[in-house]
Design a protein around this ligand. Structure first.
Ligand code: RM4
Ligand code: MN
Ligand code: MN
Length: 431
């Protein structure tokens, strides 16, 4: 049995049914943007050039610490995950890379894996290490930490795992390692706050030393969870200081959900950019904490403001500015493929809206202390419905005008439910 994939015929038919309306909306938007001195086609080309990595763990149904409710036709292994990533990219044309997680994605032949990915038109972005869980047959437990553990043997095991991840990443064509650790404490007094960070830095120095010349390591901070009293890399300040101590290849990764509610994330982004330490993002959205909700589903304005900072920097021509864009979401109640497609679109939207901010009018308002005028410049861009540009970008890149509708019409999930019989058992957990 050959595996089902969405046919070009279906894609063409779905696009044909929507093409006339899109042409009309695209022309109208182009005229409206033209009156503001913006070239709609140039914007479409910028949107087409935007890409975000899909996390391999995101195509499976997620869960909470209470339960996981598996969906039909879930990927059973890495090759199924790649097939789903390819389906997303086929329709959205904005997700040309995949960010793998080890050991979740461990396999015996990485050269073969890279070839399979390439056959789908996919490449690999940053590799993620995992020292926040114990694996079967693992010698030392991470129950009380990993890179900052009090025992040298545990730290050595966690360091070796990260170095293994670099070796795997080299075979996959990756250029970065993302390190997020769950290390911290649950009781006041449980951990020496200063020494825990010292141990982390010592461990990270060994990992840093193993980085190839053209690689970066991303330090991902998170304020709490699973440790609830203190977390070793709890905030961007700690992350920044650690990256500074480690050296130029170490940069900070901003996961949008890893901040206290209402924290000004866009300002954190601006600060990290200013000091050359913004490595990349894990995009998602949240209401309360590390909710891992779909990007742009709760606070789309904040997402726009983050992109506003990124475009501001790019316009000022910051040297070597190339943050890595990755999604990091847990899809508990939706079809993960649909959520990831919609999230990629929301990122493109925020990016496009940030691109149409009138930067000189904004600068003039700021210089004149015209607070409302400056704000309205941002609002003018943010309230512009750029959907026709996003749809045209997808169409011109060979994707779907309406990805979710086309995906539903294809019956992909139903086909996968037959091809991929459920794996026995269900578990709580993030993936
Ligand atoms: C963490 C963090 C990491 C991700 C894991 C699954 O909260 O966001 O980036 O790899 O979850
Ligand atoms: Mn993350
Ligand atoms: Mn997280």
């Amino acid at each position: 049995m050959t595996d089902f994939s969405i046919s070009e015929d279906l894609l063409q038919a779905e696009n044909a049914a929507r093409k006339a309306a899109l042409d009309e909306d695209y022309a109208a938007l182009g005229r409206a943007l033209g009156r503001r001195g913006i070239d709609g086609d140039a914007l479409t080309r910028r949107v087409m050039a935007f890409g975000v990595a899909i996390p391999t763990w995101g195509v499976g149904t997620g869960g909470t610490r209470f339960a996981r409710f598996p969906g039909p036709g879930e990927p059973r292994h890495l090759f199924d995950k790649l097939e789903d990533c390819a389906t997303i990219h086929h329709l959205v044309r904005a997700t040309p890379t995949v960010s793998p997680h080890f050991p979740w994605d461990a396999t015996s032949d990485y050269a073969a894996l890279r070839e399979v990915a390439a056959s789908y038109g996919l490449a690999f972005d940053a590799v993620n290490s995992n020292t926040f869980q114990d694996q079967p047959n693992q010698e030392h437990s991470y129950k009380f930490g990993s890179l900052s553990h009090v025992e040298p043997a545990v730290r050595a095991q966690a360091i070796a795992h990260n170095i293994d991840c670099i070796a795997i990443g080299r075979q996959l064509g990756s250029k970065a390692l993302t390190v997020w650790i769950a290390d911290g404490s649950n009781f006041a007094g449980q951990s020496n706050l200063t020494l825990a960070l010292d141990r982390y830095l010592d461990s990270m120095r060994e990992i840093y030393a193993a980085l190839p010349a053209d690689w970066r390591v991303f330090l991902e901070h998170k304020l709490y969870e699973p440790a609830f009293y203190s977390t070793v890399i709890s905030d961007w300040g700690t992350s920044f200081a650690a990256a500074q101590e480690l050296g130029p290849k170490a940069q900070c990764l901003v996961d949008l959900g890893h901040h206290a509610p209402n924290v000004n994330i866009e300002q954190i982004v601006a600060r990290l950019v200013r000091f050359g330490k913004l490595g990349g993002f894990h995009f998602n959205d949240s209401k309360y904490g590390d909710d891992d909700l779909d990007t742009g589903s709760v606070e789309p304005f904040r997402l726009f403001l983050v992109f506003n900072e990124l475009i501001d920097v790019r316009m000022r021509g910051a040297e070597g500015f190339a943050p890595a864009y990755m999604l990091d979401q847990s899809h508990n109640v939706t079809d993960p493929i649909e959520s990831l497609m919609q999230s990629a679109i929301e990122l493109q939207r925020a990016h496009a809206q940030a691109l149409i901010v009138d930067r000189s009018a904004l600068a003039a308002a700021q210089a004149a202390n015209d607070a409302l005028g400056a704000h309205l410049e941002l609002k003018r861009a943010y309230t512009t419905d750029v959907s026709p540009i996003l749809a045209m970008a997808r169409l011109r890149a060979g994707g779907a005008i309406a990805p979710i509708e086309t995906y539903r019409a294809s019956g992909y999930r139903k086909h996968k439910a037959k091809e991929r019989p459920p794996v026995a058992g269900t578990s709580a957990g993030i993936v």
